[in-house]
Design a binder for this molecule. Sequence first.
Ligand code: 1HN
Length: 365
Amino acid sequence: MTTTSSHRTDIDFDSPEHQARLAELYRDFAAAGMAPLWTAREELMPLSPRPRAVAHLWRWSELYPLAARSADLVPVGRGGERRAISLANPGLGGSPYATPTLWAAIQYLAPHENAPEHRHTQSAFRFVLEGEGVWTVVDGDPVAMRRGDLLLTPGWCFHGHHNVSDQPMAWLDGLDIPFVSQTDQGFFEFGPDELTDRSVPERSRSELLWGGPGLTPVSSTGARPSSPLMAYRWAHTDAALAAQLELEDGGYPGVVSAGHAAVRFTNPATGGDALTTMRTEMHRLRAGASSLRTRSSASSVWQVFAGAGTVTVGGADHPVGRGDVVAVPAWTELSFRAGDGLDLFSFSDAPVFEKLHLLRTEVVA
Ligand code: 1HN
């Protein structure tokens, strides 16, 4: 793009001599480590977001067997730390990121394997599509992982996993790795090679303290920015979604459509998001129901937990079923339609932009 000044009628901007001097100026800018705005204004300040990430779908039927193959070939242990295989958005030039801010991976732990303890400033969660038998030990508190559960690892909490069963287990990992990496906020520390606590309690210490809705332990020493509750159990999530669907008007009309129930996983001490950098939610669409068509300046990742249906993202329809994962770039139109019913887990970077007063979300007519 070029600009012309209304004041400089004395300059012939199209003359060969002018063009040569301009080319020389741009070369000298580059050599001096300078860059003009006027040639890049549209790229630097588009009228609305122009994500490099693309809408993309990964099939569980492809993810799972590939993760299982890696278990036969790659040990899990100190150094590599985790057998986690990330979902790379094809629009991001080979970076192992689902969106510019979000990492999504399938992690696989074979029978009786351990993933050693460490901690990092990146926040993490696990969402369990299927299986059980793994305990994740978060700051010394062993937390059982089972189908439908959301397990948290807030930033800088030590954590390791161990599979005590005779079956392999795989789950979805979500982390804010790209955001933390691109803003140079990453710190990492190794813990002991062996897990500090190999016990396998039915309920973690965090659940024994924070087990009742609306009930705060009197011994609580004040709210922390991320949730003190490390496990959100499927029985509770399922019951909350089922109860919401009993309300014919959806509860708060205009935010969700009829037949669409949605809950957010929150910090019980503050009501804010469970993690500081990622929003986590569970959605349920009744058989045949459609969600509203929305777009958000937050980017997000969705996994089908149960049922089947159609996702419409960026104007294209895709049939989806259990375990399939969809990446949704910023400002990309999104809606879901259920077949016989559809349960969806989602996570996004919304809390970051909400705190910075940058978040925009709208229902598209
Ligand atoms: C990590 O600690 C986990 O704890 C998963 O399960 C994925 C990716 C990069 C760095 C650390 C986990 C990770 C990770």
